[in-house]
Ligand binder design. Structure first.
Ligand SMILES: Nc1ncnc2c1ncn2[C@@H]1O[C@H](COP(=O)(O)OP(=O)(O)OP(=O)(O)O)[C@@H](O)[C@H]1O
Ligand SMILES: [Mg+2]
Length: 375
């Protein structure tokens, strides 16, 4: 049984004529890591600033534990924001940086000392309390910023691109560390990121935003396996999408007319978000897609229970555990396949013009609307 801690209800935010957020409703559960994910400019930071109280909505309301907090100023909300690492005070040592907020609130000195010690322990910086920020690594500075927020004992911690200032390797390590920290302190985390891998690795649930609208809210696995539309499918991982030109009803389901793949019989109901046009003149807004890990390649014609397409072998990018092969279709477009390295070695890499077939099972395909209606 979970409890909603933050309720975002019908929130719209306008900046002059720009609608940065359009009628967003999300319930965030107590104790979860919730990620706001989407491309640059989609409204992630704006939503975070609304939750923190630094910005107020044009329409809609925000509830905390079921109580309206829309009019509460930021310092009256049990919510804290973690800024990027450079937001720590360079002239203060770690301890003073962490104590600063409590001093401002005139918390008694003894209590400050105790709370700072606990916060530093939580972020594993107890032995660094006397250092100045410039004597710390990027990851350690980031942990000072976290401790500064945790020491206020918030119920909700807001993190805007918390790892973006770190280099790739440190970012991976800090992802895990943040998840562990969240588990040990039990505070609800709302994290903003435009990096889908980061959101997938850390979050219990993810909200995908696009141009101020909410496209989908689901767990990482659910988003990957059942994206609401082609936008989400493409944003969450890589996918090979084929445009559907026409859909017609047949006894067993629907027939999908796809220029690149021919006519494909789809033996189940198409999603309700795809409308089947009454006339063949009407445009269809749907794609049939397959993820690269489900695509195989071969130099001989595949079995006829496979969906297949012919092309020439393009670049093969070695990735450690596997390789990613590019298949250049005859119409100039490319698709990709993740292949085992032993297969990559058999394929004559020097022969870039090698004719091959890419093939996969229809069971691994996703029939999706190009854009589902916003939630
Ligand atoms: N104070 C403001 N005045 C006017 N427009 C704003 C303001 N703040 C944000 N916007 C606009 O609102 C939209 C959403 O901005 P926001 O900062 O929330 O995006 P974001 O998803 O955080 O992007 P990024 O990933 O680049 O940080 C953008 O079009 C932005 O230009
Ligand atoms: Mg932002």
């Amino acid at each position: 049984m979970t409890d909603t801690i933050v309720s975002i209800r019908g929130i719209t935010k306008r900046f002059g004529s720009v609608e940065a957020l359009k009628n967003i409703s999300i319930d965030i559960q107590q104790g979860e890591i919730f990620a706001l994910l989407g491309p640059s400019g989609c409204g992630k930071s704006t939503l975070l600033r609304l939750i923190s109280g630094f910005e107020s909505p044009s329409e809609g309301e925000l509830l905390l534990d079921g109580n309206d907090m829309t009019a509460l100023p930021p310092n009256k909300r049990p919510i804290n924001m973690v800024f990027q690492s450079y937001a720590v005070f360079p002239h203060m040592n770690v301890e003073d940086n962490v104590a600063y907020g409590l001093k401002m609130e005139k918390v008694p000195a003894k209590e400050i000392k105790e709370r700072v010690a606990i916060a530093l322990e939580q972020v594993h910086l107890s032995n660094f309390s006397q250092r100045k920020p410039d004597q710390l690594s990027g990851g350690q500075r980031q942990r000072v910023a976290l401790a500064r927020a945790l020491v206020k004992r918030p119920r909700v911690l807001l993190l805007d691109e918390p790892l973006s200032a770190l280099d790739a390797k440190l970012r991976d390590a800090m992802r895990l560390e943040l998840v562990k920290l969240q588990e040990s302190v039990g505070v609800t985390f709302i994290i903003v990121t435009h990096d889908q891998a980061e959101a997938m690795a850390m979050a219990d649930r993810i909200a995908v935003l696009e141009s101020g609208t909410l496209r989908q809210v689901a767990s990482p696995a659910e988003l990957y396996a059942h994206p609401a539309d082609a936008f989400v499918a493409d944003f969450i991982g890589n996918i090979n999408a084929f445009d559907v030109q026409q859909i017609s009803t047949i006894d067993t389901g629907v027939a999908l007319h796809i220029d690149e793949l021919g006519v494909i019989e789809w033996f189940s109901e198409p999603p309700s978000t795809i409308s089947i046009p009454a006339s063949s003149e009407d445009k269809v807004e749907a794609t049939l897609s397959v993820r690269p890990e489900h695509v195989s390649i071969s130099t001989t014609i595949p079995a006829n229970d496979q969906v297949s397409i012919e092309g020439t072998l393009g670049d093969i990018a070695f990735q450690g555990q596997h390789s990613i092969a590019e298949i250049r279709l005859d119409n100039g477009r490319s698709i990709s396949a993740i292949i085992a390295n032993d297969q990559a070695l058999i394929l004559p890499g020097a022969n870039k013009q090698l004719r091959i077939w890419a093939h996969w099972s229809i069971n691994n395909m996703l029939l999706l609307p190009k854009k589902a209606p916003p939630l």
